[in-house]
Design a binder for this molecule. Structure first.
Ligand SMILES: NC(=O)c1ccc[n+]([C@@H]2O[C@H](COP(=O)([O-])OP(=O)(O)OC[C@H]3O[C@@H](n4cnc5c(N)ncnc54)[C@H](OP(=O)(O)O)[C@@H]3O)[C@@H](O)[C@H]2O)c1
Length: 325
């Protein structure tokens, strides 16, 4: 592994790490091989870093790949599938992408917490949510803002964050707004006529492109341990209404927008989960990531990200990686 250049979009999030020194990262365990976990694991593998990803169900290995991908581990505590201590030998870094379970408990802490404490861990990244800040009526929040979760799932999340913090591990909590990227964007809904153009006065949403999560994680790994904030918001610079982002997506596709629906008139027809997203309004600031730590967003706004998601370049970070959900 060689030192990497400062980030350039052409080389994708893999290159977003500012000079990860050779050997700086030993063996990474990614708990939860979902959308973000797989993308991070693929980037690590491209850097030549030994990586293992957990899945609840073992996947079909498929035809032999041109280059070896991350190794797989089964972690499905609900069905008693836990890794043996031997399978965790040599792990130095862990990223937890697994959310709290239906009971609001952290499956990793509950079932792997003791084993993780025995490992010579240098870093444990935990992906959380900006939902822990609750509703600010559209005002900005940053890492110093009080946490006032209003939704049950955000209260569980905050409790899990606190449980992780109490373990004495080299923890970094990353708080994320809505994650988007290839295969997670409004394009399919627009193409299939399922998109809804909803307007609620003053309401904005915040976002982060999956490759900026990957890039920011790598950037943090490249920092000296003492320079890594214990809590860090990963978000782009452009909170906006959902009608603005949907409008731009329709423009890129060259398709017509559906009729505008005032939120008040349709709220009752929405699922409780969909309604919950509209029940909070806040702007989350990533100034610490960008100005404090010097990370350059690959996709500073959804406009950059949507364009890239629609026409990914062959060099884009996900190309050749395991398909995202
Ligand atoms: N999506 C968003 O917009 C968003 C916004 C803010 C924060 N977050 C949080 O950020 C993290 C990453 O998000 P993501 O969208 O990349 O997640 P994702 O695609 O849903 O992946 C989550 C992974 O966790 C695994 N998992 C879930 N519950 C589990 C359990 N009880 N036991 C074992 N494994 C379990 C899943 O396994 P399977 O593959 O078997 O399902 C999957 O591999 C999550 O914690 C998420 O809640 C997401």
């Amino acid at each position: 592994m060689t030192d990497l250049p400062v980030n350039s979009r052409d080389e994708g999030a893999t290159a977003a790490a500012v000079a990860l020194a050779p050997g700086a990262v030993g063996h990474v365990l990614v708990l939860g091989g979902g959308y973000t976990g797989n993308r991070f694991a693929a980037a690590l593998t491209r850097l030549g870093i030994a990586t293992t990803v957990s899945h609840r169900q073992p996947s079909d290995p498929g035809p032999p790949a041109e280059s070896a991908g991350p190794s797989q581990l089964r972690f499905d505590p609900a069905h008693g599938a836990l890794p043996s201590p031997e399978e965790l030998v040599g792990i130095t870094h862990v990223l937890v992408t697994i959310p709290p379970d239906a009971a609001g408990r952290d499956p990793v802490l509950d079932h792997l917490g003791e084993q993780l404490k025995e490992l010579p861990l240098q870093w444990l990244g935990y992906l959380s949510t900006t939902g822990v800040y609750g509703d600010t009526g559209g005002a900005w929040v940053d890492e110093t803002s009080p946490t006032r979760p209003t939704l049950e799932r955000s209260r569980s999340r905050l409790a899990c964050e606190r449980a992780w913090r109490s373990r004495g591990l080299p923890l970094q909590v990353f708080r994320l707004p809505a994650i988007y990227g290839p295969d997670r964007s409004p394009f399919n809904d627009l193409r299939q006529g399922r998109a809804r153009l909803i307007h609620k006065r003053g309401q904005v949403f915040c976002r982060i492109h999956v490759d900026d999560i990957v890039g920011a994680l790598l950037h943090n790994l490249a920092l000296p341990a003492a320079a890594r904030p214990d809590t860090l918001i990963l978000a782009d610079e452009y909170p906006c209404s959902s009608s603005e982002s949907l409008g731009y997506a329709a423009h890129l596709l060259g398709c017509k927008l559906p009729a505008l629906q005032p939120y008040k008139q349709i709220a009752a027809t929405m699922s409780p989960m969909a309604r919950s997203f509209w029940s909070e309004n806040r702007r989350v600031s990533s100034a610490l990531l960008r100005q404090g730590l010097g990370y350059h967003l690959l996709y500073p706004s959804f406009r950059d990200g949507y364009r890239a998601a629609l026409c990914p370049s062959p060099d884009s970070p996900g190309a050749g990686g395991r398909a995202a959900r």
